[in-house]
Each structure stands twice: as structure tokens, then as C-alpha cells.
Design a protein around this ligand. Structure first.
Ligand SMILES: NC(=O)c1ccc[n+]([C@@H]2O[C@H](COP(=O)([O-])OP(=O)(O)OC[C@H]3O[C@@H](n4cnc5c(N)ncnc54)[C@H](O)[C@@H]3O)[C@@H](O)[C@H]2O)c1
Length: 363
């Protein structure tokens, strides 16, 4: 089992990575001397697929342990779902000495992290991510929250987990669409990190779709280490952590604009295409380099179909983005791989250009 340490000045934690390590979950809890009263929140699809493994882990636990299975989708990433979890915890006499364990994708992780931040003024929690997206991105870094109205992730808290356990075997049951969604954040890292990683991703897209264990482990390892390093330097997103939002301002508008038919990671890929066009329009990157870099995004053009999006509405959604200040839309753009510009403002006309051209790639 690999261990990646997220060495924050306070509340640092480890990410454990391996194949077939889920059965070591409660052993880790004991060895880290975490709270003994376990409350599991489990994605219903994950529970269906892994009933035996999950039940045997919970049954073998020598202490109080209850599990609560919930259905997820973006519309259920809400106060109502949080209320159901709070109620179930209270009905079963859980209080501050609870360890909440989130087993599922980014939605379960984001909701549970926020429940853990707020229940009884804060309880311990562990992330067991089961989708590619949650493994490479959302389970690490402590951003938690829910959607409200038409705004994604607008209510929430920074709340770091006590540890993250990544069992790569969970990925085996993901369908192509979910792998594609995870690839969205991986493509983001390709642009944020190094030319070597970018080339590695270009070369290995099909291996990721085929769930090649060696390639998956390599990519997960690199992604988690990179995200961890960014978070260590800027936990609360006062500066450099903003780079992790590359493509996301556009992506959130596409998710809302398609009523969440477009999955988060897919929306990120389209968002990165728009960010490349905006970077070019604002003179940050030469056209020839922009077209070269677009090659990675173009690999997905037959996989992602966006449909019609009202561009005026997309701009209104972007204006409501929580990353904005003074009512102005702030973009994360790029001059080149690993050369990222934060808080870039653009005129409505330039944003329209980026939207039309970014979306144009996927029509
Ligand atoms: N907190 C962060 O830093 C952060 C970062 C990126 C994204 N996010 C959030 O993550 C969410 C998206 O996460 P997601 O893509 O994991 O979606 P998700 O949680 O909806 O999971 C996707 C689907 O996969 C199913 N599933 C989960 N694990 C499975 C498995 N092992 N086998 C088969 N099916 C499985 C789920 O039931 C669901 O239907 C978004 O809400 C996004 O805003 C948060």
C-alpha cells in the first residue's frame, strides 16, 4: 500500500493507495486511534455492487457501526440529503465521538465532508472514493459542500478528512461515461503540471478507458501528489489553489445549462477547450501553441456531446460563480503547460468567443 502524506500545517493526513485494500479500513481506523463509533454513508450503486465486501468489513468491526445507503445525483447534493443523514445519525444516538465514513463518488464525499463539518460542530471523517473523479481529485483537499438554487457547491466548508483510502479495485465497475468524467480532472492536471505528464496522458487515454491497473495507479499517484502539494501551499484557496479551477468556471455553467446531463468531468474538458480559446483571444498564448494543446481535448470530441446551451444564461451562471469578486468573472487561463494565469478578467465579447469556440469543438 502506498502512502501519500498531505502535510498541512494543521490537520495533515495520509492518502492510502492500493489494490484490494478496502478490507484494511477498520484496521487503519484503529491504528490511527480515531473515534470508535462508525457511521457509514454509502452510495446506493456502490452498495449494490460491493454488498459482500462492505458488509463483511462492517460485520467484522468490533464496536458500534451503522450504515446508511443513499442515492446520489447533482439534484440530491442538497440540504434535504444532509437532513436525512443528520436525522439517521441522531435516531441512532451518534454524537461528537463519531467517525463518519463516506463511500462513493464526489457527490457522497462532498456531502459527507460538509455533514462532518457541521454535525455536532464537527466530527471526524474518512473518504473512501469509488469513482475515478473522486479518486484523482475530490477526495483530497477538503473542499466540501452542496448545490443550492442554480449554483453549484455554493454552500460548504473547507474540512479535511482524517484519511483517504483509495482502493483502485473500485474503478473496475465504472462504466465508460464515468471513466470519461474522471478523465476530465486528469486532463486538467495534464495542463497544470508538466509536458511529460501531458504526453503520458495523450498516450494513455485508451489504457485509462481499459482500466489498465498500472496506468491507473501511475496517474492516480501523480494527480493526488500534485493536488496535495497545491493544497499544502494554499489550503483555503487564497492564491495558487485557484489553478485547480482551470476550465471550471465554464464547466459549472455547462453543467447547469444542460441540467446536469453533462457530467462534471466532461464539462471540465469542454471548459478547458473554452479556457484555451479565451487564453488565445486575450493574447496569452500563440494560436499555433493553442491549437497544439487543443490536441488532448480533441481526443474527446466524439465522446462528449453537449447539445444546445443558451450562452447568455451561461454567462449569468458564470457571473454567480463563488470565485468571483466585485461582480466580475475571474478566469484561470494558461500561457502554456504549467504556466497558469489566475484571476484574469475578460469582456463579455471575449467570453462569448470562448464559449462559442469551446462548445464548437463538441458539436
Ligand atoms: N470537493 C472537490 O474538491 C471536488 C472536486 C471535483 C469534483 N467535485 C464534485 O464531485 C461531484 C462528481 O463526482 P463523481 O463524478 O464521482 O460523481 P458521483 O458521485 O455522482 O458518482 C458518479 C456515478 O457513479 C456511481 N458510482 C460510484 N462509484 C462507483 C463504482 N465503483 N462502480 C460503479 N458505479 C459507481 C454513482 O452511483 C454515480 O451514479 C460533483 O458534484 C463535483 O462538483 C468536488
Amino acid at each position: 500500500m502506498k502512502k501519500i502524506s498531505i502535510e498541512l500545517s494543521q490537520n495533515g493526513y495520509d492518502v492510502f493507495l492500493g489494490n484490494g485494500i478496502f478490507n484494511q479500513l477498520t484496521k487503519k481506523i484503529k491504528s490511527l486511534k480515531l473515534n470508535k463509533n462508525l457511521f457509514f454513508v454509502i452510495d446506493s450503486n456502490v452498495y449494490k455492487l460491493y454488498t459482500t465486501q462492505i458488509n463483511s468489513t462492517i460485520d467484522a468491526y468490533n464496536g458500534k457501526a451503522i450504515f446508511f445507503v443513499i442515492e446520489v445525483n447533482e439534484k440530491l447534493k442538497s440540504f434535504q440529503t444532509m437532513q436525512k443523514i443528520y436525522k439517521n445519525m441522531l435516531d441512532n444516538d451518534y454524537s461528537r465521538d463519531t467517525l463518519l465514513i463516506a463511500i462513493g463518488g464526489g457527490i457522497i464525499g462532498d456531502i459527507c465532508g460538509f455533514v462532518a463539518a457541521t454535525f455536532s460542530r464537527g466530527i471526524q471523517y474518512v473518504q473512501v472514493p469509488t469513482t475515478l473523479l473522486s479518486v484523482v481529485d475530490s477526495s483530497v483537499g477538503g473542499k466540501t459542500g452542496i448545490n443550492f438554487g442554480n449554483t453549484k457547491n455554493i454552500i460548504g466548508a473547507f474540512n479535511q478528512p482524517n484519511f483517504v483510502l483509495i482502493d483502485v479495485d473500485f474503478i473496475k465497475t465504472l462504466n465508460r461515461e464515468e471513466i470519461l468524467s474522471g478523465l476530465g480532472e486528469i486532463v486538467k492536471y495534464a495542463f497544470l503540471t508538466t509536458t511529460d505528464f501531458y504526453k503520458y496522458i495523450v498516450k494513455n487515454i485508451e489504457n485509462v478507458f481499459d482500466k489498465n491497473p498500472k496506468v491507473l495507479k501511475q496517474i492516480i499517484n501523480e494527480s493526488v501528489r500534485f493536488k496535495g502539494d497545491v493544497v499544502i501551499c494554499d489550503e483555503k484557496e487564497a492564491g495558487n489553489r485557484k489553478m485547480l479551477n482551470l476550465g471550471h468556471t465554464f464547466a459549472h455553467a455547462f453543467e447547469v445549462g444542460t441540467k446536469y446531463k453533462l457530467k462534471h468531468g466532461q464539462a471540465v474538458i469542454v471548459g478547458i477547450a473554452s479556457a484555451l480559446f479565451l487564453s488565445f483571444k486575450l493574447g496569452l498564448i500563440e494560436e499555433s501553441r493553442m491549437l497544439e494543446l487543443l490536441a488532448l481535448v480533441l481526443l474527446f470530441k466524439d465522446e462528449i456531446k453537449v447539445g444546445r446551451i443558451n450562452l447568455d444564461r451561461a454567462i449569468s451562471v458564470m457571473q454567480r460563480d463563488k470565485k468571483n469578486r466585485d461582480g466580475k468573472i475571474k478566469f484561470v487561463l494558461l500561457k502554456d503547460i504549467g504556466n497558469i494565469m489566475l484571476d484574469v478578467e475578460a469582456s463579455r465579447e471575449d467570453v462569448m468567443y470562448a464559449l462559442e469556440n469551446g462548445l464548437g469543438v463538441f458539436r
